[in-house]
Every structure is written in C-alpha cells, then in structure tokens.
Design a binder for this molecule. Structure first.
Ligand SMILES: Cc1ncc(C[n+]2csc(CCOP(=O)(O)OP(=O)(O)O)c2C)c(N)n1
Ligand SMILES: [Mg+2]
Length: 409
C-alpha cells in the first residue's frame, strides 16, 4: 500500500489457512489498482524471508484471473455432464474447487517456466495456451484436441508452452519435473535468473520414495525446482490423517525450505509463487510448497465423493472458502465491478463454454496415419558410425574412442 495515496479501505471476508480465518482488506487507490491484505495466508519452514502480506493487483489482472477461473469451473462441470452422457470415455479427474492454485501459479510464472502435473490436468492445459474446445476436444478424442486426440484426459502436453503433462502414474511427473529444472539450470547463463520448474502433485503422492529421491538431487544440485503439493485432503477415498504420518506437507523436505499457502485465495497463491520463483530462480535451490485446497467432485468419475466425507463438509467449504466467490468479493470490494456486471460476465462465459464444446464436437476423430506420428524423434542428425540420433542426445564419439570394433586403438 502506498501511504498517502490510499483512498479507502473495505473489509472483506477471510479465507482459511490452517483453520484460521484472516481478514482480507481491499484498499483502492488511483483508478484501477487495489492492494489486498493476505496476512495469515502463509506459513514458512526453514526460510529467513516470507512472501509479502499485501498484494497489489490491477483491475485487468483480477478480471483475467476471474475469467480463467470461471471458465475452468464451467469447463469441468461440462466435462462431468459430457462424461455422464458417455461422450467422454476412460478416466476423468476434475479440478473444480482447486482453480485458484493453477490460476495463481500461472499469474506468477513467466511463459518459459516449466510446469508438469498429475492426471488432474485439464485446467493447467487451459492456463497453458489451451482453449476450452481443445481441452474438451481432447477428452472427446478428436483431432483438434490439445494432444491431437491421442492422449485423453490424463495426457495433455504442450512443449511450445512449457507444459510437460499430464501423468497417469501417481508421482511420476515429479522426477521428470526435476529433469526440467536441471535443464533450466543447464541452459541459464551464469549470474542470470533461471527459469523455474514446478511439479504439482497430490497429498497422496507426497510420501512416495521417488519424490524424495528427486528432492534430494534437486537440493544437492541447487536446481530451480518447486515441489508443489496440492493438498486437497484426500488421496482417492483416504483422508490425510489416515494416509500420512506428517500433515505439515510444507515441512516434508526437511532441509529444503517450505511454504504453506492458502490455495483457495488466488492472490495469496500468486504472491506465494512469486516468492518461490524468486527464491528458486536466484540459485537458492528447491522449495516445497503446500497449497491448502479442496476438490468438490469425487476423485474421478467413478467416485461420488460422499462415502468417505459427508455432504456437510463439501457444502461448508463451498459456502466459506470457495475460490471463485473470493475473487468476486475482491472485484466488488475494490469497486472494479458491480455484482450485476459479474453476473453478466458469468453468463457470457457460460455461453462461450457451450459454443466451444459444440466446436469440439464438430471436430473429427484422428485419421489412422495420425497413430504413427509423434512417436519417434524426427529431427535426427547423422553421427559417426552412420547412426542418426536426435541432436540433444549425446552419443559416444566412435572416432575418438579408444575402443573401435572391440579393439583398442
Ligand atoms: C503408482 C500409482 N499408484 C496408484 C495409482 C492409483 N491412484 C490414482 S490417483 C490416486 C490417489 C492420489 O491422490 P493425491 O496424490 O492426493 O492426488 P489427488 O487425486 O487428490 O489430486 C491413486 C492411489 C496410480 N495411478 N499410480
Ligand atoms: Mg489429494
């Protein structure tokens, strides 16, 4: 907040971290900027510094975040309906309730920062260059889908936008993410800020051995890697108190610094991830980040989501911590928009999503020859020994080798 330029302060409702309900205040100044108080949204582990407790945001940025989050919400609800109508087959894990996490990360990141996530990946694909028709089209298995209809729900991928998937095997994305952090460090120039990598995974995945192995290497080699645990409190039907002996996930990295963020508050996520990016990108090594979040739907389409938790818990979260209601309140309290203007915007987004789904339905299934594309590398270079390899793979230099055809030269 800039002292003296403050025009007014408006108290808004709080958002919970660790059971506390901190107050969130919006102070509007100049024409279209506001500063929001996010005090109480963070907890730190092994860190001397912490994210700021205020976040400045322009009207345009807040609107953009709302638009993305509401599109995510409507897209996931549409996927639910289309799945039930049997237009989508196979696995399908929805992200509604968790929208502030992907949106806040996206707001804090540069386009060249690498991102990899679990099977709950539709909304990250949307944030990373996708359209609703490309995401839903992928679920329909159509050629204009995000992965040309060949991946489906869990296998979104967009190299150009530094989005490396979508992974169906729990935790598998984390060591791959560590590899992308290695690449970011390897490609950076000495003394310059590095692009960071984030691997998102769930509370259920967090106790896997492969994650600790990746964390060990990242810490040893000071890689710009963010281990982002989306703690939605359940691994399938098992609650965190039944599946994890440690519930402070942000402390799980031991010597690796950690940050817990209110993952229902998009402004806190943005500020927390800005802080993590700054820390990791400056060569300080990796960070564990725990997002406190919640999924409204069951684990996947076969799970009604109400046998291991009761409806009251879901209703309570919706009514007190919903990430979209939070942004709407911020927009109104900062006087960026009126409630009626927000309703109009929601109506427009709902229509746009419907149009995009119709467009996805018009797209055909991939032709047979598409099956044989994107399997092997095509940009091969001839190397010694007459064999061709992709340029990024370093192979033995046979001419300079001491051993040729089994004989020492
Ligand atoms: C290695 C492996 N084990 C088990 C499964 C089955 N499985 C899929 S999701 C899941 C739960 C993961 O929960 P969590 O990590 O909390 O992520 P969330 O689904 O909550 O986003 C399990 C056990 C799998 N896909 N891969
Ligand atoms: Mg979980």
């Amino acid at each position: 907040m800039i002292a003296g330029t403050l025009l007014r302060r408006i108290a808004t409702r709080g958002a919970a971290v660790g059971g506390r309900l901190p107050s969130v205040n919006a102070a509007r100044y100049f024409s279209s900027n506001a500063t929001f108080d996010v005090e109480g949204s963070f907890e730190t582990h092994m860190l001397d510094t912490a994210p700021e407790t205020t976040v400045e945001c322009s009207k345009e940025e807040l609107l953009e975040m709302f638009e993305l989050m509401y599109t995510m919400r409507r897209m996931e609800i549409t996927c639910d309906n289309e799945y039930k109508a049997r237009n989508i087959r196979g696995f399908c894990h929805l992200y509604d309730g968790q929208e502030a996490v992907a949106t806040g990360i996206n707001a804090a990141f540069d386009p060249e920062d690498s991102w990899i996530t679990s099977y709950r990946c539709h909304c990250v694909a949307l944030a990373r260059g996708g359209s609703v028709s490309s995401v839903v089209g992928e679920l329909f298995g159509n050629i204009d889908g995000y992965s040309r209809g060949k991946g489906g729900s869990m296998h979104f991928y967009n190299k150009a936008n530094y989005f490396f998937g979508g992974a169906g095997i729990v935790g598998a994305q984390v060591p791959v993410g560590a590899g992308s952090a290695f690449a970011n460090k390897y490609k950076s120039k000495p003394g310059e800020k590095m692009n960071v990598s984030v691997a998102c995974f769930g509370d259920g995945a967090a106790n896997q051995g492969q994650i600790w192995e990746a964390a060990n290497m990242c810490n040893l080699w000071n890689l710009p890697m963010i281990f982002c645990i989306e703690n939605n409190r359940y691994g399938m039907g098992t609650s965190i108190d039944r599946h994890s002996s440690i519930q402070d996930y942000y402390k799980m990295g031991n010597e690796i610094p950690g940050l817990r963020i209110d993952g229902m508050n998009v402004l806190a996520v943005k500020e927390g991830m800005r802080f993590a990016k700054e820390y990791c990108g400056s060569g300080n090594g990796p960070m564990y980040v725990e997002m406190m979040t919640y999924r409204y739907h069951g684990h996947s389409m076969s799970d009604p989501g109400t046998t291991y938790r009761n409806r009251d818990e879901i209703a309570f979260t919706r009514s007190t911590k919903d990430p979209l209601e939070f942004v709407k309140k911020c927009l109104v309290d900062a006087e960026f928009m009126t409630a009626d203007e927000i309703k109009d915007m929601e109506k427009k987004i709902r229509k746009d999503v419907q149009k995009e789904v119709l467009k996805a339905k018009e797209s055909p299934v991939p032709p047979h020859e598409e099956l044989f594309k994107h399997i092997f590398a095509t940009n091969l270079e001839p190397r010694s020994g007459g064999i061709e390899y992709p340029p990024h793979i370093r192979m033995p230099n046979y001419e300079n080798s001491f051993w040729i055809d089994g004989k020492k030269e």
